[in-house]
Design a protein around this ligand. Structure first.
Ligand code: GLY
Ligand code: MN
Ligand code: MN
Length: 478
């Protein structure tokens, strides 16, 4: 579609057209929307953030559209810090900026222009004819509970606001420039890193709204996995089966949620041993496993992150089952370690100890499991080079700017949600691995809520044991 950005291709608008296009449209509705379910939670989060930065103007941009090619953009997704502190999900609100200073929050965004404005028909970024009817300032304020202003007033508002300033720097380069202009030479950009850290660490523990949304994401993801389980015979028949199941999952992600929370890994056979296999252009063959790592991001932008490894034919071979059961034992040990007060790294240690013992049993570990687990060892990592856990939330790898002493070296607290995702990756080219095990890759990944008591598996709607996976596939195909 040719749009207004392409002057070289656009028909000029005649004066007659300009008069005609603005006439005879229904009035905008008077009723304002109700508050978003997230609004009270977002207000509490803002208050807590402001409390960490008294007297500072905090700038949290949603980010701009990003071009995919030429004049076509990727579907918009706001920066997660903006989503967290405004409560806005879905594709809201390109170019918007949240300002927080002590008790006052202001949301700057581009409100709709009246239909008499050229924007209505000629602006592909904001115009109603192109992107649909946008919110007025009053409507957005009613939904978010935040005072709203036009984004074109941001530069003035920043200049008038007393420093110091801190901006979430990775969200929007144009807003960074405005903040830098306002702050002159006076403020330390160090404040920006402090804000990124605080906005990340605030998300370590989830509030009730977030836990409900993560449950919803896990439930939608289970629907996607069930559809994939059902489709495996067809994926084998059609060829390029990895792509087929990626598409089946994506259908449900878009149907039940906003999108996939990250690119789906649909890895048949030896492809499972390429950790970030997202090309997904391989065949699915009876006799192989498929490792599927996928998550639905719901409309609020919370995502699940689940991996299941399934036999394409419906039945594990003996070597596949043996590897699968070692991973399952490692994951069970990891989940068991997900307790308030335990170290984050205890989960990894518990899971990987089981794997090191398995590799020793198989006769491929050149040292004892204890030596392999020691800081000078690590030989077991040849077959599982990644970590076992990460925080999960608005980002699949949530809380990424947190300090290591609170994340990797930190302790688990009630309300945290982490993944537990050990794997074994025996590449087809690994000459140390007995031949019958080469080309087998298995990961099992679940999303675990830390509580005051036992860990809660948010993704337990999907089967974990080898027998349960086989029974589940048989049911889906019946
Ligand atoms: N799907 C990315 C991960 O498991 O961390
Ligand atoms: Mn993960
Ligand atoms: Mn994953």
């Amino acid at each position: 579609m040719t749009d207004d950005r392409n002057e070289s291709r656009r028909d000029p608008y005649s004066d007659e057209f300009k008069k005609f296009i603005v006439s005879n449209w229904a009035p905008y509705p008077d009723a304002l929307p109700g508050p978003l379910a997230s609004a009270p939670y977002a207000a509490a989060r803002r208050a807590s953030l402001a409390g960490e930065f008294p007297g500072t103007t905090l700038v949290l941009p949603a980010g701009p559209l990003s071009p995919r090619s030429n004049d076509t953009d990727y579907r918009f997704r706001p920066h997660s810090a903006f989503a967290y502190y405004t409560g806005l999900g879905e594709d809201r609100e390109p170019d918007a900026v949240l300002l927080v200073r002590d008790e006052v929050a202001t949301l700057f965004f581009r409100p709709r222009a009246p239909r008499t404005d050229r924007e209505f028909y000629a602006d592909a970024r904001y115009g109603e004819m192109w992107v649909g009817q946008r919110d007025s300032l009053e409507e957005m304020a009613a939904a978010t509970g935040i005072e709203c202003r036009d984004i074109r007033e941001l530069a003035t508002a920043l200049a008038e606001s007393d420093g110091p300033y801190a901006v979430i720097r990775e969200a929007d380069a144009a807003v960074n420039a405005q903040v830098d202009e306002a702050r002159g030479d006076g403020d330390l950009p160090l404040m920006d890193a402090e804000l990124a850290r605080a906005a990340s660490e605030a998300r370590f523990t989830k509030d009730d709204y977030e836990i409900a949304e993560l449950r919803r994401a896990c439930a939608a993801t289970a629907v996607g996995f069930e559809a994939v389980g059902r489709e495996l015979p067809r994926a084998v028949r059609l060829g390029r089966g990895e792509r087929w199941v990626e598409g089946i999952f994506a259908l449900h992600a878009r149907h039940l949620g906003n999108a996939v929370g990250y690119d789906t890994i649909a890895a048949g056979g030896d492809h499972a041993n390429t950790l970030h296999w997202i090309r997904n252009d391989g065949e699915l063959n009876d006799g192989d496993l498929i490792l599927m790592d996928a998550g639905v991001e719901v409309d609020s932008l919370y995502t699940a992150d689940i991996t299941r490894t399934m036999p394409v034919s419906g039945r594990f071979s003996d070597p596949q089952r043996r590897v699968y059961e070692a991973v399952l034992a490692a994951q069970t040990a990891g989940i068991e370690a997900c307790r308030a007060g335990a170290a984050f790294l205890d989960v990894h240690r518990a899971a990987v100890t089981v794997l090191a013992e398995f590799f020793a049993e198989l006769g491929i570990l050149p040292v004892t499991p204890e030596e392999s687990m020691s800081p000078d060892g690590g030989q077991h990592r040849r077959w599982m080079v990644h970590g076992t856990s990460h925080h999960l939330g608005l980002d699949v790898h949530d809380c990424a700017q947190a300090r290591a002493e609170h994340y990797r070296q930190g302790a688990l607290r009630p309300g945290m949600v982490i993944t537990v995702e050990p794997g074994i990756y025996f590449k087809s080219t690994d000459l140390l691995v007995p031949e019958e095990y080469r080309g087998i890759g298995v990961r099992i990944e679940d999303d675990i809520l830390i509580t005051d008591g036992d860990p809660v598996n948010l993704s337990d709607a999907l089967p974990r044991s080898a027998d349960a996976v086989e029974a589940w596939l048989a049911d889906l195909r019946a």
